[in-house]
Design a protein around this ligand. Structure first.
Ligand code: TRP
Length: 372
C-alpha cells in the first residue's frame, strides 16, 4: 500500500494508515460533540467515510469559546473533476453551512504544472474548468475565497518562503520519497500548500483556527507543515480525513489521470454506460445463483458509491443492502438505482456549472491595498 499526494496504490488499510500517519479516529463521543453544534451529523461522518482527524477537539474547544475557525481545502487542476472531488466538496459545503464559516479554496496550478507532464496553458484551462465545478456546488460567494497559486503569488510567496526555510530536503525525502531526480519546484511545493492554513491569520494580524477537510492522501503535506506553523507563531490546523473514493473497477482510487472516473460533465448516457460496463459487481454469475446465494455489497462498487455519496437516507441504504445481500435485488437493479441518482445530481450540477461562468469573479480573492 502506498498513499501519498501523487500516488495511491495497493489496497488501502485504513487502520494501518491511522497508525502510520498518527491520526485520531472519529469516535461516537466526538460525533456527539459535533452534533451539539450541527444538530444533524452528516452521513459521511456517521458512516465513517470521514474517518479520522487531527486536533478536532481543540478546534471545538476554541469554537465553544467563541473563537470561530475557517475552512481550507483545495483542488489540483490537472484534469476534469470526478466523483471523488465532488464528494469531498459536498462535505466541505456542509461544514460551511452548519458552522457558518469562511472557506479558503486553493487551486494549485503550480503543483500540477510541476508534477504532471502537461503544459502551463493546459493547466490554466483546467483551473478555469475546475473553478466552475466548485462554484456549482453552491458555496457562499460572500464567505468563499479562491486562491490560484500563480495568480495570487504576491500574497502567498512571502509566507511560503518562511515555511520553506524551516523544512529541509531530508524531511521531504522521508515523507514523500523524493529523490535527487525530482525537479526543484516539486521540492518547494509543500510550502505553497501550507500557506492558506495561516493566510487569514496573517491578513487579520491575529491567529485564527483552521479546519482542513481533505482526502487522506493529502495528509502528508500537513504532517510536515504542522511541525512548522508553531515555529512561526501560528496555530496548527485541525484536519478531517476522508477515505479515498473507489475507482469504477474497485481495484483502486478514482483519479483523473487513470481514466477510471465519472466526471462532472458526463452526459446521462455516458454515466449509464460507465456504470453498466465498468462498475465492479458483487453479484453472482447467473441470476439463478444470485437469487439463491445473494450478492456482496461490501465489494460492490455501485453499492459503495451509494453508501459513500449518493444515498444519504440510512433507511433506504439499509433496505438496499439487505435486498442485495439476500438476492432479492439484482446487480442490474442496483446499477439502475445508482445511475438515476448520479444523473439527477448531475442534471442540477451541470445547470449550475453553466451559471458559474458568470460568477468566477465573485469568488477570486483580490488583494486589497494595505493588505500585505
Ligand atoms: N494538492 C491537492 C490536490 O492535488 C489540492 C489542495 C491544495 C488541497 N490545498 C489543499 C487539498 C488543501 C486538500 C486540502 O488535489
Amino acid at each position: 500500500m502506498r498513499v501519498t499526494p501523487w500516488e495511491v496504490s495497493g489496497e488501502i488499510d485504513y487502520d494501518k494508515l491511522i497508525k502510520e500517519f498518527g491520526l485520531s479516529v472519529i469516535d461516537n463521543k466526538l460525533l456527539e460533540r459535533i452534533r451539539k453544534h450541527t444538530k444533524d451529523v452528516h452521513f459521511m461522518l456517521r458512516r465513517g467515510v470521514i474517518f479520522a482527524h487531527r486536533d478536532l477537539n481543540w478546534l471545538l474547544d476554541e469554537f465553544e469559546k467563541g473563537n470561530k475557525f475557517f475552512l481550507y481545502t483545495g483542488c489540483g487542476p490537472s484534469g476534469p473533476i470526478h466523483l471523488g472531488h465532488i464528494q469531498m466538496w459536498t462535505f466541505t459545503k456542509w461544514l460551511q453551512d452548519v458552522f457558518g464559516v469562511e472557506l479558503w479554496f486553493q487551486f494549485t496550478d503550480d503543483e500540477k504544472f510541476l508534477f504532471k507532464d502537461k503544459s502551463y496553458d493546459e493547466i490554466q484551462k483546467w483551473t478555469y474548468e475546475n473553478m466552475l465545478d466548485v462554484i456549482a456546488l453552491g458555496f457562499d460567494p460572500k464567505k468563499t475565497h479562491f486562491l490560484i497559486d500563480t495568480k495570487n503569488a504576491n500574497l502567498l510567496y512571502p509566507i511560503a518562503i518562511k515555511i520553506a526555510k524551516k523544512i529541509n530536503f531530508s524531511t521531504l525525502k522521508a515523507a514523500f520519497g523524493f529523490t535527487d531526480s525530482n525537479n526543484i519546484g516539486s521540492i518547494f511545493y509543500t510550502s505553497m500548500q501550507a500557506v492558506p492554513a495561516v493566510l487569514p491569520s496573517v491578513l487579520k494580524g491575529k491567529n485564527i483556527p483552521c479546519l482542513i477537510p481533505l482526502g487522506v492522501d493529502q495528509d502528508t503535506h500537513f504532517r510536515v507543515a504542522r511541525d512548522v506553523y508553531p515555529k512561526l507563531g501560528f496555530y496548527k490546523p485541525a484536519i478531517m480525513h476522508k477515505m479515498m473514493f473507489p475507482s469504477l473497477d474497485g481495484g483502486g482510487v478514482m483519479s483523473s489521470s487513470k481514466g477510471n472516473f465519472i466526471t462532472s460533465t458526463d452526459s446521462p448516457k455516458e454515466v449509464e454506460q460507465k456504470i453498466k460496463k465498468y462498475a465492479f459487481s458483487g453479484g453472482r454469475d447467473t441470476i439463478e445463483e444470485h437469487r439463491r446465494k445473494g450478492g456482496n455489497p461490501d465489494v460492490d462498487v455501485s453499492f459503495q458509491y451509494l453508501k459513500m455519496f449518493f444515498e444519504p437516507d440510512d433507511e433506504k441504504l439499509a433496505k438496499i443492502e439487505k435486498e442485495y445481500r439476500s438476492g432479492k435485488m439484482l446487480t442490474s437493479e442496483l446499477k439502475e438505482y445508482l445511475i438515476k441518482k448520479i444523473n439527477s445530481f448531475f442534471k442540477e450540477h451541470q445547470k449550475k456549472r453553466e451559471k458559474a461562468k458568470n460568477m468566477i469573479d465573485e469568488f477570486l480573492y483580490k488583494e486589497k491595498e494595505g493588505n500585505i
